[in-house]
Design a protein around this ligand. Sequence first.
Ligand code: PBG
Length: 322
Amino acid sequence: MELTHRLRRLRRSESVRSLVRETTLHADDLILPLFVTEGTRQRQPIESMPGQFRFSVDELVRECCQVYALGIPAVNLFGYSAEKDDKATASYDPNGLIQRAVAAVKAEVPELCVQTDIALDPYTNHGHDGLVIDGEIVNDETTAVLCRMALSHAEAGVDWVAPSDMMDGRVGALRAALDDAGFSHVGILAYSAKYASCFYGPFRGALDSAPKKGDKKTYQMDPANAREALREIALDIEEGADVVMVKPALAYLDVIAAARQAFDVPIAAYNVSGEYGMVVAAAERGWAEREKSVMEILTSIKRAGADMILTYFAKEAVGYMR
Ligand code: PBG
């Protein structure tokens, strides 16, 4: 049969396929989220996230050396706080856990890009990302605390702060606070389109940070909305975000692709804890091949348009790339 177009010609061998491959994952596309806890010589397995740990600061430094040696350019730190109150006081303690962790990692691995989560949920007794006043998650009062938190991280030497709280106007407020205090070099990775997703469950187990009452739907986005994500992203760019993020990644590949079309700023995507868990659990049961699942998923997130991917699979994926 005379067929003009036979697309299978370009799939005949791995060599040919590699020549026409449009998307290749690299170690330097990845950011590893890491959990930090008090104590020394601690590497506590996280029950809800098999294969992930809460590190004491000394162990965290060791882990970060290894991460950097693997070619992964960045880590994103989350603190496990036993100290929780209604004002999230521990979040901005200059000698707090994350503040000490940042200083220790930057002292040992200065070239590694150290990022920190900015949100109050690990530090509030109610588990919300903001302050609660009369049953309301209040916006502007929360932003003021987020600024204190970010400044304490900046003092410790953080490279990027990553506000994940979804309060309105916090990117602009953070930018101004950082600039006023002489930290104009500190970047902002904004969780711009962060959805009220069920896929954060395992993470909240890791930090004991699930909301005690209610849900996060008055600040995180409705999973049904895509146009609204573009408004959120546009605002964060206007307010001074250096990088904008879509989170979660997998159920929101269309949002990543739309953001890629609409904006020229770097885009991050967060392959969240529930997405990690689905692969780990399915592989454990023999329902999916772990290596292939990890690589296919991460490649799809990059193909959709993400410049960088936060993923708990970062170290593992680098192993598969070799
Ligand atoms: C805290 C925060 C969450 C995640 C990142 N930062 C949880 C939440 O918003 O409830 C989720 C990360 C993951 O699931 O891997 N604001």
